[in-house]
Design a protein around this ligand. Structure first.
Ligand SMILES: *[C@@H]1O[C@H](CO)[C@@H](O)[C@H](O)[C@H]1NC(C)=O
Ligand SMILES: *[C@@H]1O[C@H](CO)[C@@H](O)[C@H](O)[C@H]1NC(C)=O
Length: 286
């Protein structure tokens, strides 16, 4: 009877496409959630009280020697999923051939979605829409995503995240981009961190979002200097920080891609990701 009941439940779940998706257990974490902000110098970011709270919380870690790749914004976003800037040096519209992180994730069955605030959905290819800007959406610039309807459907509006949390359908790879107000671009870092706190805190109480999840909070670039030093923060149960909550290893945006690749043994894109240092020094599977 018990067996019969579980078979029926599995069939029902399969019918609705729910909850039976297998997850690939990672070496350090089972889910990674990136949240990216705009244009802030390292010193200004770490002076923000909310960011300080996160860094000094039980599972918080500051990556104090982390550098962005370029100016302006767009090449940094592309670097994070492509392993190079693909030669992009401005905020124009590009359609980039070749493999990217999605090819590696899908080959191993790691689920993914890119959440873009104010994105209208339906594989929208335009440059802007309300507070959405394509410059901050590297996924739509990848030809093997934009020309593939089932992949393109995984670029979703930001509001989809709460829906996915409520139905326990949060993918294993989450790339979350706030709109140009919430990310600080048009408003500054204090506004962005205030928004972030109100957005993040309720979600931190949701196991469907937090279980074995590594949160990676970062900035695309600094405030325009040649140095391009930015703050990045790790958070979540996979993080076992040292007493000073600081990892001063040299990292950059390729390290983020290398961390994803190393965690799920995905191989690499044979670009700058292949030689990047993953930020796994203070990570341990919970
Ligand atoms: C933080 O602590 C680690 C490990 O104890 C140490 O190696 C590192 O030098 C410290 N970093 C700073 C900035 O104090
Ligand atoms: C960098 O990665 C490439 C591609 O995997 C490899 O051929 C090369 O030897 C690596 N270079 C270093 C310095 O590790």
């Amino acid at each position: 009877m018990k067996y019969f009941t579980s078979v029926i439940l599995l069939l029902i779940a399969a019918f609705f496409g729910a909850t039976v998706d297998a997850i690939l257990t990672g070496t350090y974490f089972d889910r990674i959630v990136l949240i990216i902000f705009e244009n802030t110098a390292y010193s200004k970011a770490i002076a923000q009280p909310y960011l300080q709270n996160l860094i000094n919380s039980q599972n918080g870690l500051l990556l104090s020697n982390y550098f962005a790749i370029a100016h302006p914004s767009q090449p940094n976003y592309i670097a994070q999923i492509y392993g190079s800037t693909a030669g992009v040096t401005d905020g124009g519209i590009y359609n980039i051939p070749g493999k990217n992180v999605v090819d590696l994730l899908e080959a191993k069955g790691v689920s993914w979605k890119a959440y873009m605030e104010d994105y209208p959905g339906n594989c929208y290819l335009g440059a802007t829409y309300n507070g959405y800007t394509r410059q901050h959406n590297p996924f739509i610039s990848m030809l093997d995503i934009s020309t593939n309807p089932s992949r393109c459907a995984k670029i979703v509006p930001g509001t989809q995240l709460d829906t996915d949390i409520n139905s326990n359908q949060v993918p294993q790879y989450v790339y979350y981009v706030p709109n140009i107000k919430n990310d600080g671009q048009d408003t500054g870092i204090a506004f962005a961190m205030n928004w972030f706190q109100s957005w993040f805190e309720p979600k931190l109480a949701q196991p469907a979002f937090t279980t074995n999840t590594l949160f990676f909070i970062t900035f695309d670039e600094d405030d325009g200097t040649a140095n391009n030093h930015i703050a990045s923060v790790l958070l979540g149960s996979p993080v076992v920080p040292p007493p000073n909550h600081t990892d001063s290893t040299a990292y950059n945006h390729y390290s983020y891609l290398a961390t994803v690749e190393k965690n799920w043994v995905l191989g690499n894109l044979q670009r700058k990701d292949a030689n990047a240092t993953a930020f796994t020094l203070y990570l341990k599977h919970p």
